[in-house]
Design a protein around this ligand. Sequence first.
Ligand SMILES: Cc1ncc(COP(=O)(O)O)c(C=O)c1O
Length: 389
Amino acid sequence: MKIPISKPWFGEEEKQIIAEVIESGWVVQGPKVSAFEHKFCGYSGSSFALATSSCTTALHLALLSLGMAPGSEVVVPAFTWVATANVVEMIGAHPVFVDIDPKTYNMDVKLLEKAITPKTQAVIPVSLFGLSADMGPILDLARKHGFKVIEDAACALGSLYQGHHAGTLGDAGCFSFHPRKSITTGEGGMLITGSNAVSDVARSLRDHGASITDLSRHLGARPYLLPEFNHLGYNYRMTDLQGALGVIQMERLEQIIERRITLARRYDDALKEFSWLSPPFVPDGYRHAYQAYVCRFLPETVSLDHVAEQNAKRNALMDRLEAVGVSTRPGTHAVHMLGYYRNKYGLKPVDFPQAYLADQLTLTLPLYAQMTEQEQGYVIAALEANYEI
Ligand SMILES: Cc1ncc(COP(=O)(O)O)c(C=O)c1O
């Protein structure tokens, strides 16, 4: 049996709508992207949604349209996908890393205040693997110190924090539709915000700095005249082929999340038998959307003393699982240990120990909405058969 780490859920509806877009002849950002954005606002309750080419470009737009200046400091968690920090570098600002809470893998809010300086202009809390960041204390600090909050909700579509959708609590929220996410448009992202001004600037920056979109121009009275270009912009647009996929995928979203939660519960039950592997933790008041089911290998490990040895054991287990057809992955990476950041800022594992431990000892199990009980049973049996002390 071959069990991938994840798999998009596409059906006849996606094929049909893609054919419709091709027939229409309009394949760049247009009516389908607008329809996707509209559905996204309806689902999340956000006032504005702008589809982008990826979550990375959505985060870049969010930083720019919230007025982040070169030389400022932007706080990011040390355990996240590299893009969260890269976008800060891209605007010439300085990423300030904060360690994570080892239970939730999200930014440790107790450490956040110490990282804030007069230069802090924004914090990017990440809602990793589908569990929202602890937004309450972060928003309190934002009010106290006057910084902006940009939620990296790349993995968090469908996750709830005290009943609120992840991504809707900060000044902006950014989502990813990469195929490892719950819904996918191939590549793709979404920027949401409650601010008219932020949305206006981001809309223009997404499209070379143009004053109106191509669609509005074509629907207007004089479509043959080019618009005004008042900003230094980018081309971060989503295509209508992707937008069309997004429209259909949004219709499947709740079903996908429910299914992922059901499968996660089944893994949780099975993992009770394995003291060497602990399931994801879900604090009260949160809905975990399980973009990824990330476990902790040898969960009793709390210091860096023997982590190299334990990491070798985790990797050997991953090798054995791969050999029997079960794909696994580390949760994500400790960004301070990636070459660019390690070299530029002279960082060491011990600077953010919980991020480093999570990097070395997390193990993601396969999870996708169409996973059968038989497939999941195979993964659980493979874990049991392949763990060696
Ligand atoms: C936390 C986080 N932020 C940002 C991104 C970037 O998303 P994209 O690949 O859509 O640019 C990812 C992608 O996996 C992610 O996990």
